[in-house]
Design a binder for this molecule. Structure first.
Ligand SMILES: [Zn+2]
Length: 102
């Protein structure tokens, strides 16, 4: 499913997950903090469901804010950060220290 939000607003966020994320505009993964649960509202929300066998994309107008959990919350938070900051902040993978364990 794909969701389209016009003027999205984050109503609430819960939890704290640390992830290594890669964004198409960056070459390296970055350590970022994401919520486990996020609730988003918008002036207009549209849900698109694609059926690859029938080659149909069904569209549905949604009236209530949407709650995303887990991977859905990470992805939504990532895209909201793009809208707010135009980039993803985080600690680049190359800043990590390698430690050899015996
Ligand atoms: Zn991105």
């Amino acid at each position: 499913m794909i969701y389209l939000f016009v003027n999205p607003v984050v109503l609430s966020q819960e939890g704290k997950i640390y992830r290594m994320e890669k964004c198409s505009t960056n070459n390296e993964r970055k350590l970022v903090e994401r919520p486990y649960k996020i609730t988003i509202d918008g002036d207009y929300i549209l849900k698109a469901t694609l059926d690859p066998k029938k080659m149909i994309i069904s569209l549905k107008y949604l009236k209530n804010p949407l709650k995303f959990l887990g991977a859905g919350a990470y992805g939504a938070s990532h895209e909201i950060e793009h809208l707010n900051n135009n980039t993803i902040k985080g600690i680049p993978f190359y800043d990590f220290e390698y430690v050899l364990e015996n």
